[in-house]
Design a protein around this ligand. Structure first.
Ligand code: NAP
Length: 261
Protein backbone atom coordinates (compact mmCIF):
# COMPACT_ATOMS: atom_id res chain seq x y z
CA UNK A 1 0.00 0.00 0.00
CA UNK A 2 1.67 3.15 -1.22
CA UNK A 3 1.00 6.78 -1.98
CA UNK A 4 4.52 7.67 -0.81
CA UNK A 5 8.03 7.86 -2.30
CA UNK A 6 9.06 4.97 -0.06
CA UNK A 7 6.23 2.73 -1.28
CA UNK A 8 7.07 3.50 -4.88
CA UNK A 9 10.79 2.80 -4.35
CA UNK A 10 10.08 -0.48 -2.63
CA UNK A 11 7.64 -1.67 -5.32
CA UNK A 12 10.02 -0.70 -8.12
CA UNK A 13 12.95 -2.55 -6.51
CA UNK A 14 10.81 -5.65 -6.00
CA UNK A 15 9.50 -5.44 -9.57
CA UNK A 16 13.11 -5.61 -10.78
CA UNK A 17 13.70 -8.83 -8.82
CA UNK A 18 12.40 -11.96 -10.59
CA UNK A 19 11.85 -13.54 -7.16
CA UNK A 20 9.00 -11.16 -6.35
CA UNK A 21 5.68 -10.19 -7.85
CA UNK A 22 4.74 -6.90 -6.14
CA UNK A 23 1.46 -5.09 -6.54
CA UNK A 24 1.48 -1.43 -5.49
CA UNK A 25 -1.84 -0.02 -4.33
CA UNK A 26 -2.87 3.64 -4.66
CA UNK A 27 -5.94 5.26 -3.14
CA UNK A 28 -6.50 7.21 -6.36
CA UNK A 29 -6.58 10.62 -4.71
CA UNK A 30 -4.48 12.47 -7.28
CA UNK A 31 -5.84 13.48 -10.67
CA UNK A 32 -2.60 12.67 -12.47
CA UNK A 33 -1.18 9.41 -11.17
CA UNK A 34 2.48 8.95 -12.06
CA UNK A 35 2.59 5.32 -13.12
CA UNK A 36 5.27 3.40 -11.20
CA UNK A 37 7.70 0.98 -12.85
CA UNK A 38 5.84 -1.81 -11.08
CA UNK A 39 2.42 -3.43 -11.38
CA UNK A 40 -0.20 -1.36 -9.56
CA UNK A 41 -3.88 -1.01 -8.80
CA UNK A 42 -5.92 2.10 -7.95
CA UNK A 43 -8.84 2.66 -5.56
CA UNK A 44 -10.04 1.79 -2.07
CA UNK A 45 -10.66 -1.81 -1.10
CA UNK A 46 -13.98 -1.17 0.63
CA UNK A 47 -13.01 -0.98 4.28
CA UNK A 48 -11.51 -3.73 6.43
CA UNK A 49 -13.85 -6.35 4.98
CA UNK A 50 -12.91 -5.37 1.42
CA UNK A 51 -9.19 -5.50 2.14
CA UNK A 52 -9.56 -8.87 3.91
CA UNK A 53 -11.46 -10.20 0.91
CA UNK A 54 -8.74 -8.89 -1.40
CA UNK A 55 -6.04 -10.59 0.68
CA UNK A 56 -7.95 -13.88 0.73
CA UNK A 57 -8.31 -13.76 -3.05
CA UNK A 58 -4.75 -12.67 -3.87
CA UNK A 59 -2.98 -14.57 -1.07
CA UNK A 60 0.13 -12.40 -1.00
CA UNK A 61 3.10 -13.56 1.07
CA UNK A 62 3.00 -10.20 2.86
CA UNK A 63 1.14 -6.93 3.14
CA UNK A 64 3.37 -3.87 3.33
CA UNK A 65 1.88 -0.67 4.63
CA UNK A 66 3.99 2.06 3.07
CA UNK A 67 1.24 4.67 3.24
CA UNK A 68 1.85 8.20 4.50
CA UNK A 69 2.00 8.45 8.33
CA UNK A 70 -1.15 10.60 8.16
CA UNK A 71 -3.11 7.93 6.25
CA UNK A 72 -4.31 6.58 9.59
CA UNK A 73 -7.47 4.90 8.38
CA UNK A 74 -5.69 2.79 5.80
CA UNK A 75 -3.01 1.77 8.30
CA UNK A 76 -5.67 0.75 10.84
CA UNK A 77 -7.52 -1.25 8.21
CA UNK A 78 -4.28 -2.97 7.28
CA UNK A 79 -3.71 -4.12 10.86
CA UNK A 80 -7.23 -5.52 11.16
CA UNK A 81 -7.35 -7.15 7.73
CA UNK A 82 -3.91 -8.72 8.21
CA UNK A 83 -5.10 -10.20 11.53
CA UNK A 84 -8.30 -11.52 9.95
CA UNK A 85 -6.41 -13.24 7.14
CA UNK A 86 -3.18 -14.16 9.00
CA UNK A 87 -1.20 -12.14 6.45
CA UNK A 88 2.23 -10.99 7.67
CA UNK A 89 2.16 -7.19 7.88
CA UNK A 90 5.04 -4.77 7.86
CA UNK A 91 4.70 -1.00 8.20
CA UNK A 92 7.29 1.18 6.52
CA UNK A 93 7.32 4.53 8.27
CA UNK A 94 9.99 7.21 8.30
CA UNK A 95 10.75 8.43 11.83
CA UNK A 96 9.21 11.81 12.62
CA UNK A 97 11.42 14.83 11.96
CA UNK A 98 13.16 16.16 15.08
CA UNK A 99 14.05 19.78 15.62
CA UNK A 100 17.68 20.68 14.88
CA UNK A 101 19.58 23.80 15.97
CA UNK A 102 18.08 26.80 14.20
CA UNK A 103 14.60 25.30 13.87
CA UNK A 104 11.79 27.47 15.24
CA UNK A 105 9.00 24.93 15.57
CA UNK A 106 5.63 25.04 17.23
CA UNK A 107 4.35 21.48 17.54
CA UNK A 108 0.57 21.13 17.41
CA UNK A 109 -1.78 18.16 17.62
CA UNK A 110 -3.86 18.65 14.50
CA UNK A 111 -4.89 21.02 11.69
CA UNK A 112 -7.40 23.10 13.74
CA UNK A 113 -4.61 23.67 16.30
CA UNK A 114 -2.27 24.69 13.46
CA UNK A 115 -4.83 27.24 12.23
CA UNK A 116 -5.20 28.65 15.76
CA UNK A 117 -1.39 28.79 16.22
CA UNK A 118 -1.14 31.22 13.28
CA UNK A 119 -2.55 33.91 15.59
CA UNK A 120 -4.80 36.89 15.01
CA UNK A 121 -2.41 39.12 13.05
CA UNK A 122 -2.63 38.47 9.28
CA UNK A 123 0.47 36.63 8.06
CA UNK A 124 1.80 35.20 4.83
CA UNK A 125 1.56 31.44 5.26
CA UNK A 126 3.05 28.58 3.28
CA UNK A 127 0.51 25.83 3.78
CA UNK A 128 1.86 22.45 2.84
CA UNK A 129 -1.32 20.47 3.41
CA UNK A 130 -3.68 18.56 1.16
CA UNK A 131 -7.02 19.49 -0.32
CA UNK A 132 -8.85 17.50 2.36
CA UNK A 133 -7.20 19.37 5.23
CA UNK A 134 -7.75 22.95 4.08
CA UNK A 135 -11.13 23.21 5.82
CA UNK A 136 -9.50 23.76 9.22
CA UNK A 137 -8.03 27.04 7.97
CA UNK A 138 -11.45 28.56 7.25
CA UNK A 139 -11.37 29.47 10.94
CA UNK A 140 -8.42 31.79 10.18
CA UNK A 141 -9.41 33.58 6.93
CA UNK A 142 -7.34 36.71 7.71
CA UNK A 143 -4.08 35.15 6.50
CA UNK A 144 -2.61 35.03 2.99
CA UNK A 145 -2.14 31.37 2.16
CA UNK A 146 0.07 29.82 -0.47
CA UNK A 147 -1.23 26.25 -0.50
CA UNK A 148 0.97 23.63 -2.11
CA UNK A 149 -0.78 20.44 -3.08
CA UNK A 150 -0.35 17.73 -5.72
CA UNK A 151 -3.44 18.81 -7.67
CA UNK A 152 -4.98 22.19 -8.40
CA UNK A 153 -8.19 22.82 -6.42
CA UNK A 154 -10.40 25.67 -5.28
CA UNK A 155 -9.31 26.36 -1.69
CA UNK A 156 -12.51 28.13 -0.63
CA UNK A 157 -10.57 30.71 1.38
CA UNK A 158 -10.67 34.42 0.53
CA UNK A 159 -6.90 34.97 0.46
CA UNK A 160 -5.50 31.65 -0.75
CA UNK A 161 -3.68 30.56 -3.88
CA UNK A 162 -2.87 26.97 -4.80
CA UNK A 163 0.50 25.96 -6.15
CA UNK A 164 0.17 22.50 -7.70
CA UNK A 165 3.46 20.64 -7.45
CA UNK A 166 4.64 17.14 -6.73
CA UNK A 167 7.70 16.30 -4.61
CA UNK A 168 10.44 15.47 -4.03
CA UNK A 169 11.57 19.07 -3.51
CA UNK A 170 15.08 20.53 -3.17
CA UNK A 171 16.09 22.98 -0.44
CA UNK A 172 17.49 25.77 -2.70
CA UNK A 173 14.25 25.92 -4.72
CA UNK A 174 12.17 25.80 -1.54
CA UNK A 175 14.17 28.67 -0.07
CA UNK A 176 13.75 30.67 -3.26
CA UNK A 177 9.98 30.05 -3.18
CA UNK A 178 9.64 31.12 0.47
CA UNK A 179 11.66 34.28 -0.20
CA UNK A 180 9.87 35.18 -3.43
CA UNK A 181 6.47 34.76 -1.77
CA UNK A 182 7.63 36.68 1.34
CA UNK A 183 6.40 33.79 3.51
CA UNK A 184 6.38 34.51 7.25
CA UNK A 185 5.40 31.09 8.58
CA UNK A 186 5.31 27.51 7.26
CA UNK A 187 2.64 24.96 8.20
CA UNK A 188 3.48 21.31 7.59
CA UNK A 189 2.65 17.81 8.74
CA UNK A 190 5.47 15.98 10.46
CA UNK A 191 5.71 13.59 7.53
CA UNK A 192 9.24 12.45 8.34
CA UNK A 193 10.01 11.63 4.73
CA UNK A 194 13.18 12.97 3.06
CA UNK A 195 11.07 13.79 -0.03
CA UNK A 196 9.44 16.79 1.68
CA UNK A 197 12.08 17.78 4.23
CA UNK A 198 13.50 20.53 1.99
CA UNK A 199 10.89 23.08 3.15
CA UNK A 200 12.00 22.48 6.73
CA UNK A 201 15.63 23.07 5.74
CA UNK A 202 14.64 26.19 3.81
CA UNK A 203 12.64 27.58 6.75
CA UNK A 204 15.60 26.91 9.05
CA UNK A 205 18.02 28.70 6.75
CA UNK A 206 15.70 31.72 6.59
CA UNK A 207 14.96 31.68 10.32
CA UNK A 208 11.24 31.21 9.65
CA UNK A 209 8.87 29.66 12.19
CA UNK A 210 7.28 26.33 11.32
CA UNK A 211 4.00 25.03 12.72
CA UNK A 212 4.35 21.28 12.67
CA UNK A 213 1.33 19.01 12.92
CA UNK A 214 1.94 15.80 14.91
CA UNK A 215 1.16 12.41 13.43
CA UNK A 216 -2.05 10.60 14.26
CA UNK A 217 -1.76 7.57 16.55
CA UNK A 218 -1.72 4.24 14.74
CA UNK A 219 -2.41 0.76 16.09
CA UNK A 220 0.82 -1.13 16.80
CA UNK A 221 2.44 -3.08 13.97
CA UNK A 222 5.90 -4.37 13.17
CA UNK A 223 7.61 -1.31 11.71
CA UNK A 224 10.79 -0.47 9.80
CA UNK A 225 11.94 3.03 8.91
CA UNK A 226 12.77 2.69 5.21
CA UNK A 227 12.61 0.35 2.26
CA UNK A 228 16.05 -1.28 2.83
CA UNK A 229 15.08 -3.11 6.07
CA UNK A 230 11.73 -3.90 4.45
CA UNK A 231 13.62 -5.81 1.76
CA UNK A 232 15.55 -7.72 4.41
CA UNK A 233 12.28 -8.52 6.24
CA UNK A 234 10.75 -9.82 3.03
CA UNK A 235 13.80 -11.91 2.21
CA UNK A 236 13.68 -13.47 5.70
CA UNK A 237 9.94 -14.09 5.35
CA UNK A 238 10.42 -15.72 1.96
CA UNK A 239 13.22 -17.91 3.30
CA UNK A 240 10.97 -19.00 6.14
CA UNK A 241 8.02 -19.63 3.84
CA UNK A 242 10.01 -21.42 1.14
CA UNK A 243 10.92 -25.05 1.25
CA UNK A 244 11.53 -25.84 -2.39
CA UNK A 245 14.52 -23.58 -2.89
CA UNK A 246 12.91 -21.74 -5.79
CA UNK A 247 10.84 -18.65 -6.33
CA UNK A 248 7.25 -19.22 -5.33
CA UNK A 249 4.11 -17.65 -3.96
CA UNK A 250 4.31 -18.25 -0.21
CA UNK A 251 0.66 -19.20 0.00
CA UNK A 252 1.14 -21.90 -2.64
CA UNK A 253 4.24 -23.88 -1.88
CA UNK A 254 3.97 -26.03 -4.96
CA UNK A 255 3.73 -23.28 -7.56
CA UNK A 256 6.92 -22.01 -9.19
CA UNK A 257 5.80 -18.43 -9.44
CA UNK A 258 7.31 -15.21 -8.19
CA UNK A 259 6.57 -14.38 -4.58
CA UNK A 260 3.48 -12.14 -4.27
CA UNK A 261 3.86 -9.12 -2.01
P1 NAP B 1 -6.78 7.34 4.76
O1 NAP B 1 -7.62 8.44 5.30
O2 NAP B 1 -5.97 6.54 5.71
O3 NAP B 1 -7.65 6.31 3.94
C1 NAP B 1 -8.96 6.60 3.47
C2 NAP B 1 -9.37 5.48 2.54
O4 NAP B 1 -8.67 5.61 1.30
C3 NAP B 1 -9.02 4.09 3.04
O5 NAP B 1 -9.96 3.62 3.98
C4 NAP B 1 -9.00 3.33 1.75
O6 NAP B 1 -10.31 3.11 1.26
C5 NAP B 1 -8.37 4.31 0.79
N1 NAP B 1 -6.92 4.17 0.71
C6 NAP B 1 -5.96 4.89 1.35
N2 NAP B 1 -4.75 4.51 0.97
C7 NAP B 1 -4.92 3.54 0.05
C8 NAP B 1 -4.01 2.77 -0.73
N3 NAP B 1 -2.69 2.93 -0.65
N4 NAP B 1 -4.54 1.85 -1.58
C9 NAP B 1 -5.89 1.70 -1.67
N5 NAP B 1 -6.78 2.41 -0.97
C10 NAP B 1 -6.30 3.32 -0.13
O7 NAP B 1 -5.81 7.88 3.62
P2 NAP B 1 -5.54 9.38 3.13
O8 NAP B 1 -4.94 10.16 4.23
O9 NAP B 1 -6.79 9.88 2.44
O10 NAP B 1 -4.42 9.12 2.04
C11 NAP B 1 -4.75 8.53 0.79
C12 NAP B 1 -3.46 8.10 0.11
O11 NAP B 1 -2.64 9.24 -0.09
C13 NAP B 1 -2.66 7.10 0.93
O12 NAP B 1 -2.32 6.02 0.09
C14 NAP B 1 -1.45 7.87 1.39
O13 NAP B 1 -0.27 7.06 1.41
C15 NAP B 1 -1.34 9.00 0.40
N6 NAP B 1 -0.87 10.24 1.03
C16 NAP B 1 -1.53 10.74 2.09
C17 NAP B 1 -1.07 11.89 2.69
C18 NAP B 1 -1.76 12.46 3.90
O14 NAP B 1 -1.27 13.48 4.41
N7 NAP B 1 -2.83 11.87 4.38
C19 NAP B 1 0.05 12.54 2.18
C20 NAP B 1 0.72 12.00 1.07
C21 NAP B 1 0.23 10.86 0.51
P3 NAP B 1 -11.11 1.77 1.58
O15 NAP B 1 -11.57 1.86 3.00
O16 NAP B 1 -12.21 1.77 0.57
O17 NAP B 1 -10.15 0.61 1.37
Amino acid sequence: MGGTSEGRQLAEILAGDPGYAPLLSFAGRTASLQAPRAPYRVGGFGGVAGLAEFLRAERPVALIDATHPFAAQMSSHAVLAAQLTATPLLRVECPAWRAAPGDRWTNVADMPAAAAALGERPRRVFLSVGRLEIDAFRAAPQHDYLVRAVDEFVPGLPRARVLAARGPFEAPAERELLERERIEVVVSKNAGTPATYAKILAARSLGLPVILVARPLLPPAETVDSFAPALAWLAALARGAGDDGGAHRASDHTAREPRGV
